[in-house]
Design a protein around this ligand. Structure first.
Ligand code: HEC
Length: 182
């Protein structure tokens, strides 16, 4: 399923039952973080919009007309990739809170609450950081493909970025959904 569609579905289902949750996140943010955004804010403000922007432009279904063509189009995609890389670096910093207090994104039985997500990350920090660093590495590769104006490579990297998003989400965000399919 294309990245954009997948997350549109997720966001729609979240909005549908948003009223269900009213919990706050337990942990204090570490003071040595370079920025204070939560994981949720990084996802919503930077990671989802830039990845949608980059891989819509080099369309996953391979529609050639939609790949970056002009210098301006490549420059626009590069800006998105720089932001994605920056966000991936921030995601890799330890001690980042999952969400601000009273965030609403739990879907009972499918998605974990912020506290549960925090506990999962605290229990397996090395796996969380492996995925965050994987995202960082693919964002670096994305920049290199853009600099080489290589639309084929950009598309191939997009598939791997998608896998990384999905793997981290399956592990920390909606593991129940994954388990129920086993
Ligand atoms: C290192 C782990 C990790 C990676 C990699 C990751 N995410 Fe996330 N993402 C999370 C966690 C944890 C949540 C649940 C907390 C939250 O809602 O923000 C989440 C939530 C989200 C949400 C929902 C935010 C909300 O609360 O409504 C979106 C959208 C999202 N991610 C997009 C992406 C995309 C797109 C990628 C890949 C380009 C990606 N994520 C990569 C960990 C990750």
């Amino acid at each position: 399923m294309p990245l954009k569609l997948k997350f549109t579905l997720i966001v729609l289902s979240i909005s549908a039952i948003a009223a269900c949750t009213q919990k706050s996140v337990i942990r204090d943010q570490k003071e040595n973080l370079k920025s204070s955004e939560t994981i949720q804010e990084l996802m919503l403000s930077l990671i989802a919009p830039t990845s949608d922007g980059i891989w819509d432009s080099a369309n996953r279904s391979g529609i050639v007309e939609q790949q970056p063509q002009t210098n301006e189009e490549w420059a626009a995609v590069r800006q998105q990739a720089v932001t994605l890389l920056d966000a991936a670096e921030r995601l890799s910093e330890g001690g980042r809170r999952v969400a601000v207090k009273d965030s609403k994104f739990e879907i009972p039985g499918i998605k974990k609450s912020p506290e549960e997500i925090q506990q999962l990350i605290d229990a397996k920090p090395e796996i969380y950081f492996r995925y965050a660093q994987q995202l960082q590495a693919t964002a670096e590769e994305t920049l290199a493909a853009i600099d080489a104006k290589n639309a084929t490579a950009l598309l191939e990297i997009g598939g791997r970025v998608d896998d990384t998003c999905e793997q981290c989400h399956k592990t920390f965000w909606y593991p129940n959904q994954f388990e129920s399919k086993q």
